[in-house]
Design a protein around this ligand. Structure first.
Ligand SMILES: [Zn+2]
Length: 105
C-alpha cells in the first residue's frame, strides 16, 4: 500500500513537470489564400502556421503561430501527450487500489 502511494505521488509530480501543455495539431496554410491546399494563381512558398484544437464545447479553435515559436508550441503539444500518458497510468493505479480495497472490505 505504501508502495502504491509512493507510485501515485511520483506520477502526480511528473504531471506537474508537463503542465506547460496545449492540445491540438499544427498545420501550414498559404499566407495569401489561407488554405492548406493553395488555390492562388501565382504560387508562393510562404506559409502561415496555426494550431487547431477543439475546446470543451467541441468548437474548433485556431491560433496562429509565428514561425519562430513553432518549436515552443510543438514542445507544448508533446507535453500534452506525455501528460495524458501519465494521467492514464494514474487512473489505472487508482482503479487498481479501489478494486483491492473493495475486495478487502
Ligand atoms: Zn494560396
Amino acid at each position: 500500500m505504501q508502495q502504491l502511494i509512493k507510485q501515485k505521488q511520483n506520477l502526480v509530480n511528473q504531471l506537474l513537470k508537463y503542465g506547460n501543455l496545449v492540445k491540438g495539431s499544427i498545420n501550414a496554410t498559404c499566407v495569401n489564400c489561407n488554405r492548406a491546399t493553395c488555390i492562388c494563381k501565382s504560387k508562393t512558398n510562404k506559409k502561415a502556421f496555426r494550431l487547431t484544437y477543439k475546446d470543451k464545447n467541441q468548437k474548433t479553435v485556431i491560433v496562429y503561430v509565428p514561425k519562430e515559436r513553432l518549436k515552443e508550441i510543438r514542445l507544448m503539444i508533446s507535453n500534452y501527450a506525455r501528460f495524458r500518458k501519465i494521467l492514464d497510468r494514474l487512473i489505472y493505479l487508482n482503479i487498481e487500489s479501489f478494486r483491492s480495497a473493495c475486495l478487502a472490505s
